[in-house]
Ligand binder design. Sequence first.
Ligand code: COI
Length: 363
Amino acid sequence: LEFTVTERADRASDDARAKILADPGFGNYFTDHMVRIAWDAASGWHDAAVSAYEPFQLDPAAAVLHYAQEIFEGMKAYRHADGSVWTFRPEANAARFARSATRLALPVLPEADFIESLKQLTSIDKSWVPEAADGGEASLYLRPFMFASEAFLGVRPAKSVTFSVIASPAGAYFGGGGVKPVNLWISTDYARAGEGGTGNAKCGGNYASSLAGQLEGIAAGCDQAVFLDSSTHTYIEELGGMNLFLVYRDGRIVTPELTGTILEGVTRSSILELAKELGLSPEERRIPIQEWKDAAAAGELAEVFACGTAAVVTPVGELRWEGGSCDHRREGHTDEVATRIRGTLLDIQYGRAEDTHGWLTRL
Ligand code: COI
């Protein structure tokens, strides 16, 4: 596709932008431009454009507002010391976006167009890519998404669809800067996804269905909920917006296997590769929630951490459930493995370590 730049806009002054970049938080501010590509059943993908960031004109009958036919991705642009801007494994996100599209009966956007749309937006909004302080994680979060824009209330795949990319400068996902641990609540009333459902697609509906569990967790003094498998309520799945890893004192590092009901995280798969190189023994398998409780009680569990593009690697403080808890913050706790993996990943992403896996793409 050929992109046209229909308008240059500077919504924020240099001063205003500098203030935002100094403390962006997560998801609060958006850059000057956006990408849009239209699709319809008769002519396929067309009208690829970079324009000023602005609200969509959406018909109240647009199918996405009624039946949630929508998917998205989360990626980051990193500024290296020489000023160049890079992203991490965009082919993996493009491939997952294509799988999500197929699951939600949306059209597949070719990988080349997906990646070009990221390049178009980051090149026009390059001044919005923050410089990362040493050990910091400032980046420009990229949010490609696609939704059913056809005005039609029958339930069938939409015949007109919009693809878009917006960008948002980002610091740490969980405020407070850097590696603040999160406390988790085991949600027993709610599941996030079921067998044959959309659990492994990155669609808005999965995130909507995680919110009631998250509220339950917040009411119990936690930050996030851990969801278990919906059929037996026995096995750990994920947090709704992040995957989980358990780290044993003997060097095993275990994450739930991909059963179709959890998101195939790009950070998750990168950590599985890095863990081997760091001398750990990665395992993907079913993990009973009871194993977590027992291993913590027996002192065999060294750490638990959550991971994702937005949250990078975030240690888990406490696990709570109805009538009990286990605390990973006992004396002498260092989050050594989480910190090491986080550092290794960030060093690659920011160009401070050699990219031996070929994970970086210049934007
Ligand atoms: C991510 O980009 O890491 C997500 O999964 C989306 C959301 C948790 C911000």
